[in-house]
Design a protein around this ligand. Structure first.
Ligand SMILES: NC(=O)c1ccc[n+]([C@@H]2O[C@H](COP(=O)([O-])OP(=O)(O)OC[C@H]3O[C@@H](n4cnc5c(N)ncnc54)[C@H](OP(=O)(O)O)[C@@H]3O)[C@@H](O)[C@H]2O)c1
Length: 336
């Protein structure tokens, strides 16, 4: 079913004209995508900006097979058309969704199971800031890392989009939260979100700080987006039976490690990337989020940390902001 009167044949999208710096992001006209059997077409009001978009723009993170070549992994908007097999959504419903690409556009199609309702009271820009970090944190911290109430959780990059989400969710589910960040201001923002300890990693050794804070026990779960020389240090900072979950390798994908620490502490080092996973997997994460996390959003116990909002056609400014590294929380594009 489509709302043809209101859907144009062509739309404005922001594309990567060639691999390179922020200025390669250019507005252009594209055909409006056609939703498939189980897909919905979203009239995009806002799109979240994530570090993987920056990597894709540089040519280092190609979209998975079948995904749009446009950047943009999350959107919020209203349902403008539905495929014939769509069961849940109706025209006009306010949704936010995880997309495998194509979010920097006026229209974006997604599998219906990868969309969630905009939480009550949320603006579209707030809702667009949810999917990528909430799906990533839920799966990696709780499903993969198995974080439980009463455990100590260490998240690196606490002021990032991922970090600000991880701090809040780990606190909401009863963990003690330790985080690292690269300035006093970022550490303060992390504490304001509920972190029990925020370590300025440029001034202090996080391994020593974690050990002191936990009376030598270490962290039960570590979410790491740094890699490189953090890997062995994570093994040192981990508790016995600790779980280390790798979600990025910003300081390098290779590492020299003392593997005896894995044996002695019986550590598990795992990791994942969200974008290439199946729509079924993402649908299962969406269902878990809706049941367990959406009530926390509706009650505002948890909320996205909004850094800056940029006009969609000036997406290059949003990427500049992200690459400057001064942001705290989420950067969002206003598409409406
Ligand atoms: N695996 C997945 O499924 C998945 C999904 C989404 C995102 N990610 C990854 O998760 C990371 C965060 O994404 P985001 O969108 O939230 O990005 P973001 O807001 O730009 O955050 C990046 C963070 O990384 C920290 N950082 C960078 N280099 C560092 C280093 N050498 N040492 C310590 N900290 C460093 C920065 O902290 P300071 O400013 O404090 O230095 C910054 O807060 C990205 O690497 C992204 O690719 C993975």
């Amino acid at each position: 079913m489509t709302d043809d009167t209101k859907i144009p044949a062509r739309m404005t999208a922001v594309a990567i004209s060639q691999p390179g710096g922020p200025m390669v992001l250019k507005a252009e006209k594209r055909a409006v995508p056609e939703p498939g059997e189980h897909e919905i077409l979203i009239r995009v009001h806002a799109a979240g900006v994530n570090r993987p978009d920056v990597l894709q723009r540089k040519g280092a993170y190609p979209p998975p097979a079948g995904a749009s070549d446009l950047p943009g992994l999350e959107v919020a908007g209203t349902v403008a058309a539905v495929g014939p097999g769509v069961k849940r959504w109706r025209l006009g419903d306010a949704v936010c969704a995880l997309t495998p690409g194509g979010g920097y556009a006026e229209f974006c199609k997604v599998d219906e199971t990868n969309a969630l309702p905009v939480p009550a009271g949320f603006t579209m820009t707030e809702a667009a800031a949810l999917p990528e970090t909430f799906f990533t944190v839920w799966h990696n911290v709780f499903e993969r890392g198995g974080l439980k109430a009463g455990e100590t959780f260490l998240v690196h990059g606490g002021s990032s989009g991922i970090g600000t989400t991880a701090i809040q969710l780990a606190k909401a589910f009863g963990a003690t939260v330790v985080t690292t960040a690269g300035s006093a201001e970022k550490c303060e923002a992390c504490r304001n979100l509920g972190a029990d300890l925020a370590i300025d990693y440029k001034r202090e050794d996080f391994v020593e700080a974690v050990k002191t804070f936990t009376s030598g026990k270490g962290a039960n779960v570590i979410l790491d987006m740094v890699g490189g020389n953090y890997v062995d240090r994570n093994y040192s900072a981990a508790a016995v039976e600790g779980r280390i979950v790798q979600i990025a390798t910003q300081a390098g994908a290779t590492a020299s490690v003392d593997v005896s620490k894995i044996m002695v502490k019986r550590l598990v080092h795992t990791g994942s990337t969200l974008r290439p996973r199946t729509t079924e997997f993402k649908g299962a994460v969406a269902a878990a989020l809706e049941a367990q996390v959406w009530p926390l959003l509706t009650s505002r116990r948890v909320a996205p940390v909004m850094d800056m909002i940029f006009p969609f056609k000036e997406a290059w400014r949003a990427h500049e902001r992200m690459e400057e590294g001064e942001h705290i929380g989420k950067i969002v594009l206003d598409v409406a």
